[in-house]
Design a binder for this molecule. Sequence first.
Ligand code: G3D
Ligand code: MG
Length: 192
Amino acid sequence: MSFMSNFSRWLMKKLKSEKRAKILILGLDSAGKTTLTKFVNTGGFIEGITPTIGQNIDTINFEGWDITTVDVAGQEQFRFLWDIHYPGSSAVIFVIDSADIERLPEARDIMRVHLINNPHLEKVPALILANKQDLPGAIQAPMLIQLLNLHLDMKERTFAVFDCSALTGIGVVQAFTWLVNQLSMDKLEQMA
Ligand code: G3D
Ligand code: MG
């Protein structure tokens, strides 16, 4: 057997065994974090989700990746909990309610503190989800990038903004595919 086929077998085995990542899902309350987590896990919309109190640790399996999500409530009194989860994260997902224009400045402030200016997360890929695209008036990714100043604030970072709906599932697979591709590339770089 050639060196290359031995090497590629070893690589595939290693990648498979290391398909595990701690991914944080952040965002204001009601952005759709829990709905999204449940959607990815079950492939469908779950009605009647109770608002997350404190924290809700969940596991998403996407294309063989076991992703541990820490769905932390966005309510002000629980924001201190976020600090506990930052170290050791491989990626971060920030969910935005794109139809709630009134709370966009609040989402932007939270994103600044907890994602943009957070030293624990500066080297990890950031997936920003413009959720609730099924609602009328939802702001789409290009406009959101401008409004949140991401083109400037995130220019040194690996990030992407995807339109999606945790209700209909539109855009969710594409967004998670981008994320796991980033994780695969990071693993390959660590092994090089
Ligand atoms: P959170 O975990 O970020 O706090 P939730 O948010 O997942 O609990 O969602 C908050 C509300 O938004 C829920 O409605 C949920 O059904 C709704 N929601 C989540 N994602 C979407 C979406 O993509 N489109 C639409 N239209 N609604 C969405 P309720 O009525 O239970 O408060
Ligand atoms: Mg929740």
